[in-house]
Design a protein around this ligand. Structure first.
Ligand code: HGY
Ligand code: MN
Ligand code: MN
Length: 435
C-alpha cells in the first residue's frame, strides 16, 4: 500500500443501513462548548494536564455524559469514561467481552486549536448517545474515553493517558517529573484529585477494540479532495532535550575566539538539525520547537542553552540513523567550540501499522456511505499507536483546512466533521450491535 494510494467509491457495494436523523446531532455546538474550557486570548485553546482548564473540562464532560445516560467514571489517572453497557447478547459468539472503545485526548498544546483530540472525544460522546437513542442497548459494551494526556505539553512525557491504561507506564515512573514552573507530576495529579491514593479504579483496563476519530493535521486530504483518511500506519518518533554548556562571560570584553558560547553552539546544532533532515528525504521530519538560554541576558555570553528535538519517520531505522547523524554533528560542534553536550530522551515510540480488519471495515463503510476516502500514514503521533500493540486499533481522519494544526487557526468544516462522525457511528454500530 503506497503512502497516498487513492481510492474513490466504486458505488457498486451494497448500501449499508441508513442512520436515521444523524444530521441532527449537534456535534459542532458540542465542540464549540468544549473549546470554551481553556479558551485563550489568542483565540486558541490551552488545556494542560491537571491544570484548572483541564479539570473543568473533564468534570463538565462527566456531567454531560451523565445527562446523556453514559454512566461517567474516572480512573486514577483522570481518564474519563462514558459507558453504554452491552446486553451480553454477544457472549459466546467469539466476541471478546472487553469493551469497544472510541475517544481521544482532552489535553492540548499551548495555544492549540479546538479540534485536536477534542473532536474524537466529542464525537464519541454523541455517537454513544445517538446509538442508544436510535437502537437501544448494544450487544457489546461501547465506551467513550476522554484520555487525560497525549501531547506532552506540560511535563516532559507524552501519552500518559493511554500508557497508564495499557500499563506501559506507572505513576511511580513519572511522579518526579517537573513542569516549567517546577511543579512535580505528583503534586499536579494530587491537586487535581487523582492518583493512587484516591477513590478511583486503577487506569489499567483491557479494551476489545480502540477506534480514534481525529483531524488529519496536515493538508493531504484537502489537496487531494477526499473526505476520509483511513490511517494505515502512525509514524514513530523520538523526543529529546539537548543541553549545551559553555561559560558565562562579559559580552564586551570577551574576544569572539575566546568564548565558550552555549547559545552560539546550540544555534549551529539547530542549523545542522535542519540540513540533516532535509538530506534524509521527504518523509523524515525533525523539529526544534523550544530553546532556553541561561543566564538569558543580552550582555552576558550564554553559559547554557537547552533545546527540544523531535524526530519522526514511518520507518524506525530512518529515525535511528537520523539521530546518530545529528548526535555526531552536535559532538563535532561542541568539540570545536569547547562546549559541554548532554541529551535526555523523553519519548521513543516506534512506527506502527493499524489493524487491517478495521481498515477494511472502514473502507466498506466509506463505500457504502458514498464517501471518497484514501489510505494514508499519520505524520502526527496519536494514542492509537499506544493501544495498537494491546488491542485491534484504527484511526479515521477528516481534512484540516490548509493543513494547519497546533495553532488557533486549526479548522475543519462542519460538513467534514459530520462525515467522519457518520463513519464512526457506522463502525460502532457494526461492532456493538452487529451479529
Ligand atoms: O505531536 C503530535 O504528533 C501529536 O499532536 N501529539
Ligand atoms: Mn496534537
Ligand atoms: Mn491529537
Amino acid at each position: 500500500m503506497t503512502d497516498f494510494e487513492v481510492h474513490t467509491t466504486s458505488g457498486t457495494e451494497d448500501p449499508i443501513q441508513p442512520l436515521p436523523q444523524l444530521e441532527q446531532v449537534e456535534l459542532q455546538a458540542f465542540l464549540d462548548w468544549l473549546s470554551t474550557y481553556g479558551a485563550d486570548a489568542q483565540g486558541g485553546v490551552t488545556r494542560l494536564l491537571y491544570d484548572q482548564a483541564w479539570c473543568e473540562a473533564q468534570h463538565a464532560l462527566a456531567a454531560k455524559m451523565k445527562e446523556k445516560g453514559l454512566a461517567p467514571e474516572f480512573d486514577q489517572s483522570g481518564n474519563l469514561y462514558g459507558t453504554l453497557p452491552g446486553t451480553g447478547a454477544g457472549k459466546g459468539t467469539g466476541m471478546e467481552e472487553a469493551p469497544i472503545v472510541t475517544g481521544s485526548h482532552i489535553d492540548t498544546v499551548v495555544h492549540g486549536g479546538k479540534y485536536d483530540g477534542a473532536y474524537g472525544v466529542a464525537a464519541g460522546v454523541l455517537a454513544l448517545e445517538y446509538l442508544q437513542t436510535q437502537f437501544g442497548a448494544p450487544k457489546r459494551t461501547l465506551q467513550v474515553v476522554s484520555l487525560c494526556e497525549e501531547e506532552g505539553s506540560r511535563f516532559p512525557f507524552a501519552y500518559w493517558g493511554s500508557r497508564s491504561i495499557t500499563g506501559v507506564t506507572g505513576l511511580e515512573e513519572v511522579q518526579h517529573l517537573k513542569d516549567q514552573e517546577g511543579i512535580t507530576f505528583a503534586e499536579a495529579i494530587r491537586d487535581a484529585g487523582f492518583g493512587l491514593d484516591r477513590k478511583y479504579k486503577p487506569a489499567a483496563k483491557k479494551y476489545g477494540t480502540f477506534i480514534e476519530l481525529h483531524i488529519e493535521q496536515g493538508q493531504v486530504l484537502e489537496r487531494l479532495g477526499h473526505s476520509i483518511g483511513i490511517v494505515t500506519d502512525i509514524v514513530g518518533q523520538k523526543r529529546f532535550s539537548i543541553t549545551v554548556s559553555g561559560e558565562a562571560n562579559h559580552a564586551g570584553t570577551t574576544p569572539m575566539s575566546w568564548r565558550k558560547d552555549a547559545l552560539a553552539g546550540a544555534a549551529e546544532m539547530i542549523t545542522a538539525v535542519r540540513s540533516i533532515a532535509l538530506e534524509a528525504g521527504e518523509r523524515l521530519v525533525a523539529t526544534v520547537g523550544r530553546i532556553t538560554a541561561a543566564p538569558g541576558v543580552g550582555n552576558v555570553v550564554a553559559s547554557q542553552a537547552v533545546f527540544s528535538l523531535d524526530i519522526r519517520h514511518i520507518r524506525q531505522e530512518s529515525i535511528d540513523r537520523c539521530w546518530q547523524d545529528m548526535l555526531q554533528s552536535f559532538s563535532r560542534i561542541a568539540a570545536e567550540q569547547q562546549l559541554g553536550l548532554n541529551w535526555e530522551e523523553h519519548l521513543s515510540v516506534t512506527p506502527i501499522p493499524m489493524n487491517e480488519q478495521i481498515i477494511a471495515d472502514i473502507r466498506d463503510i466509506c463505500e457504502g456511505e458514498q464517501l471518497s476516502y484514501m489510505y494514508m500514514p499519520s505524520g502526527a503521533g496519536h494514542d492509537s499507536q499506544i493501544f495498537q500493540p494491546t488491542c485491534p486499533t484504527a484511526m479515521i481522519f477528516v481534512p484540516s483546512q490548509d493543513g494547519i494544526s497546533h495553532n488557533p487557526l486549526e479548522y475543519t468544516a462542519e460538513e467534514d466533521l459530520m462525515k467522519g462522525f457518520r463513519v464512526l457511528v457506522q463502525l460502532l454500530y457494526k461492532y456493538g450491535y452487529g451479529s
